[in-house]
Design a protein around this ligand. Sequence first.
Ligand code: TRP
Length: 349
Amino acid sequence: MSQTDTFLKQQKMSQETAEAMAKAPGDYVMLTGDRPTGRLHLGHYFGTLVNRVKFQQEGVHTNIVIADYQVITDRDSTDEIHDNVLNMVIDYLACGIDPEKTMIFTHSAIPPLNQLMLPFLSLVSESELLRNPTVKAEKEASGHALTGLLLTYPVHQACDILFCKGNVVPVGKDQLPHIELTRQIARRFNERFAHVFPEPVGILTKAVEIPGLDGRKMSKSYGNAISLSATEEETAKLIKKSKTDSDRNITFDPEGRPGVSALLTTAALTTGRAEEDIAKEIGDAGSGALKAYVTESVNSYLAPIRERRRELERDIPYIEDVLADGNRRALDVAQATLDEVREAMGMVY
Ligand code: TRP
């Protein structure tokens, strides 16, 4: 199947599953997660966090992995990992993730999850691993030689999803190859040993790419991201130095005017208005006026989230409890699945 056909098939499956999930949310187990490499930003917020909260509220069984082992796929240091993990929990809670409803855990704390890696690795071939487009792109971006962990992390991601029998995985388009591999691993395991795993479906988030302040995809590594944890002043400064152009008449034209258009999209997302309407209202007032408008909309939108963030930051023992509790629950789930796996493989002695 060509790449386009595969994508169309995945898109269709995503849509159908999202519709089915809306009808019977309790039948679905969502697993998704983030690498704790920094603070979450508006791109994460509108790209995935809003959706996670929505599924949580609708009654889907929601689980979030803070993928700490994935950090060392392409970097050497874990110096900031502890701080990043706690701040990630703070970001989630500030955005409306409820730890009573959603299990939040770090995969390094769940040995039986990681042990699934061994049987799963036996189910994939070297060439399947080598042709994963995300792995290839990340290898190039890292500037490193391909490490064994980077090569095999999609299999580890399958462990993240399958240990809790996740059947829906909200992700961006770049993660779809990993979901496809997870489905193959589940299918091969079930065929070879016994039926243990569902074949999970990737749920494509609607805003597939949020533009950063320079019109490129919002990403911490491009320095174009507005973090949820930034102060109002930092937000204003970031927006002020974002690249626009010299045409004073503000129009929405993502191809021709990426900078101006990214600002308009940011304002649209945070006010619920259409980009064109905002552009028309600002008219000839120039990018200074546009930037002032964007700063005001982003800061007002984020004000309650930031307020809640500040409260949570003052109670780190609570944050640690949330994580310890999530890890305890995830450990039980993982142990039960590993028991089934060993039973299916005749490895109970
Ligand atoms: N690789 C994902 C990312 O970089 C994070 C992640 C880790 C994940 N484990 C996962 C996403 C399992 C979905 C399911 O965004």
